[in-house]
Write a protein that binds this ligand. Sequence first.
Ligand code: ADP
Ligand code: MG
Length: 307
Amino acid sequence: MDEFCIIARYFAPLASEGAFGLRDDAALVPTRAGHDLIVTTDAIAEGVDFFAFDPPDSIAQKALRVNLSDLTAKGAEPAYYLLNLSLPRSVTEDWLAGFADGLARDQKTFGLSLLGGDTGAIDGPLSIAVTAFGFVPQGKMIRRDGARVGDAVYVTGTIGDSGGGLAIFKREKHTLNDADRDSLIAHYRVPRPPVEFSGPLRAIAHASVDVSDGLIADLGHIASASGVRIIVNGEKVPLAPALRALWGADALLRAVTAGDDYQIAFTAAPGLTGPFTRIGRVEAGEGVSLMLGAKEIAVPGPGYRHF
Ligand code: ADP
Ligand code: MG
């Protein structure tokens, strides 16, 4: 199959109305009155963000969802995406069908559709770049630079599960039961950004970031953009029982530096309750401090770095 057959068979059924069945040079994005268009892009690569033996539908879902967490953090609702594929020449029709099926399911779950993309062959590892588009009411994008002294710091979901899954793939020794092991691996393969939370987040957040490189590293981005200091109370960081079982006494430090969470960390007024956990506060100063009780814990590498 050449790339035109691949596009027509597997991707055209996913196309948005403005994509003209993926038979034109470009797509048309209808604007939405009273809204700003928010754009983000993230690529995932075999051997770095997923493994060649991962199921193709979960690879597709991960490629999409690592972008949806960025839109969510900005308070945007997903609408469209572009898909750039560098495929090994050995790719099979079964793999492509599974991949397209993962996209189709997530399009339905999260309410977005495909605008277009590019398809090429590569003598090397599979790489998938997605550019996602979402809408926010005009002027309401949540930025990293809005944290204020006196804010509380909150995070959605649990932290570190995906890092735990990756550790298991990397053959780290463990004594987990099958259910706990599978749960951590599932988080690594298919992240669960709280996409439905973008609206409520807009109503409360002063600053927001998606947790992709590690909780401490990503809170560091809010701290530096906002010119504040962030205190994280380690005992408040939500950790799944499976992760505590995997990492024991190391669970906290490893979880807050692991990355690949795709949850949302944000600052807002203290005293709020909702689908999130309060983990700290914003003070005057700079940087991020991880505390256990009154004691500050040294964080060796706050997050994942490519270079
Ligand atoms: P061009 O020759 O201008 O580069 P292409 O032949 O690459 O155009 O693409 C033809 C059409 O197919 C375009 O609408 C493009 O957006 C779409 N397309 C190509 N690859 C993909 C893909 N991986 N996913 C979605 N749409 C794609
Ligand atoms: Mg092209």
